[in-house]
Every structure is written in structure tokens, then in C-alpha cells.
Design a protein. Structure first.
Length: 282
């Protein structure tokens, strides 16, 4: 992969319209946006199971540290991913995810230890405005969201149904825009693989709550909730541009464990794929 070489001030430019594509970096397969990488030097990745050394129900590139996998295998998997993406030097903030709406921020690389400590206390979103600090959050049905501003600042969000109801993605958009000094309509939004409305059946009460919060279109065929629809509704209301929202449209349950982990499909014992963003320094 060629190194990113800026030709002018990326903070004043509009990003290319987001386009997700599958790419392989060494043994690791990820969904990424190469045009974004070339434009502002931010590498985003929704990881897949390919690669890694985990075995059994965690087989492949499991990046979850809390699922019962051998910790040494998880460390080896993360090391392999970072080396494959060419970001081995980057520090990493990986929160203890609690299905809430708390967001932590890393403004300077010198703050990474403090940010990581805050994240370990419980958080479901990370905003990063400096180079060489990766935000990595884990998933196995919940919705991963990555937001990138023109200057290379970004946010990574874990949006379970509680987080979606609490508008965590919109809060991350607000925080990123405030830090980057840009309007919401200039931010690229990427929605990764998650349980889609074909399988996300909820209780009648929760279906009503989603419909009340995001409109009747978010509930399909009775009690099946469309998380991407809810997220897009909230983000558009906050000023995001429709053409700047890219949805991978992959269902982790329909996938059958081939590319992604699924908590629901596996009966609760499985690994975790990840959403990651980082801006390596030159």
C-alpha cells in the first residue's frame, strides 16, 4: 500500500463520497475505504474472521478480550491486524463496552494513557483528533459506526439497541464536529456489518419505542427493527448528509459465521470482529 502524501491542507477539503470495499491486508480481510485513505490518510476497517490464530468458537481473527478466548491469542490477533494494516506503531484505545452512550476523547497522543484508562471504566464511543492513535471497538451483532471529518479526526461507535435509542452516534457526530470545526454535512459516516431487520426481532414494547423515536419506518413486518434506518434517521436529523452515509448492508446473522461473528446465531459463545480507525503519521 502506497504511503499517504498530502498535497494541500486536508482540513479545508471535502472528503470523497464514502465507498466501502473489501480488501485483504496480508492474512486479514477487512471492509475499508481506499479513497478516504488516499484523501486524508485515515485508515478505517471493519474486520472479518479471516486471519488470526483463535480456535474453537472464536476461530479466526477474534479481537474480543472478554469472550473466553485465550488472551494470548487475542493479543496475537490484534498484533497481526495492526502489522497487516501498517499501523504497528499506533497506540490503541479499546473501551470496555457497556451498551451506554459515554464517549471518550483523545486529543493528543500524550493523552492516550488517560483516554484508555477512562475507556476501561466503560464507554461505547471514542473520538480521536491526533495521529498514531487507533480506536478499536468490538462487535458480534451490534452496529459499528465510524465517522471521519475532513482533517482526519474520527470517531468509532458501538451502537447496540440501547446506544441507538440513546443517540450515541449523533452525540459522537456532534463531538467530532466540535473538535474538528466542521459542519455535520462534511463528515463521512460508515455503518458496518450488524444484525439486520431480517433477524432483529424485539418485544412489542421495544418496537413501539423505536417507532416513537425514529418513525414507523424503522419497524419492519411487525417487530423487526432496522438499526441502520434508525441510525440514519438520527444522523440526518443532526445534519449529516445522506450522500455521505455508506452502509455495508451485511447481516451478521445471515452470514452464518463465514465472515463475521454473531452472538445470536452462535447461541452466545463466539468471538468479536471490530471497527477500527487510525491516522498514521507520515
Amino acid at each position: 500500500m502506497a504511503a499517504f502524501v498530502p498535497s494541500r491542507d486536508t482540513a479545508t477539503l471535502d472528503l470523497p463520497v464514502p465507498r466501502l470495499c473489501e480488501g485483504r491486508f496480508s492474512s486479514c480481510a477487512v471492509i475499508t475505504d481506499e479513497n478516504l485513505w488516499r484523501a486524508c490518510g485515515v485508515r478505517i476497517a471493519f474486520t472479518q474472521r479471516a486471519g488470526g490464530v483463535s480456535a474453537g468458537p472464536f476461530e479466526g481473527l477474534n479481537l474480543g478480550t472478554h469472550v473466553g478466548d485465550d488472551p494470548a491469542s487475542v493479543r496475537a490477533n490484534r498484533r497481526a491486524l495492526f502489522e497487516a494494516l501498517g499501523i504497528a506503531r499506533a497506540a490503541c484505545v479499546q473501551p470496555r463496552q457497556v451498551h451506554g452512550d459515554r464517549i471518550v476523547s483523545c486529543i493528543d497522543a500524550a493523552d492516550v494513557s488517560s483516554c484508555a484508562r477512562q475507556a476501561s471504566e466503560g464507554a461505547d464511543g471514542v473520538v480521536v483528533t491526533c495521529d498514531d492513535v487507533a480506536a478499536l471497538l468490538c462487535f458480534a451483532d451490534c452496529t459499528p459506526v465510524i465517522l471521519v471529518a475532513p482533517g482526519g479526526s474520527f470517531a468509532v461507535v458501538h451502537a447496540g439497541w440501547r446506544g441507538v435509542m440513546a443517540h450515541i452516534a449523533e452525540q459522537a457526530l456532534d463531538a467530532l464536529c466540535a473538535r474538528a470545526g466542521v459542519g455535520a454535512d462534511r463528515v463521512n459516516v460508515y455503518i458496518g456489518p450488524h444484525i439486520r431487520s431480517c433477524h432483529f426481532e424485539v418485544s412489542p414494547d421495544l418496537a413501539r419505542r423505536f417507532a416513537d423515536e425514529f418513525g414507523s419506518g424503522v419497524v419492519r413486518e411487525g417487530r423487526y427493527v432496522d438499526m441502520a434506518h434508525a441510525l440514519c434517521t438520527g444522523l440526518l436529523a443532526r445534519g449529516a448528509a445522506a450522500e455521505r452515509i455508506a452502509d455495508e448492508k451485511a447481516c451478521t446473522v445471515c452470514d452464518g459465521g463465514v465472515r463475521y461473528y454473531s452472538y445470536r446465531a452462535s447461541g452466545g459463545v463466539t468471538g468479536r470482529h471490530a471497527a477500527l480507525a487510525v491516522k498514521p503519521s507520515l
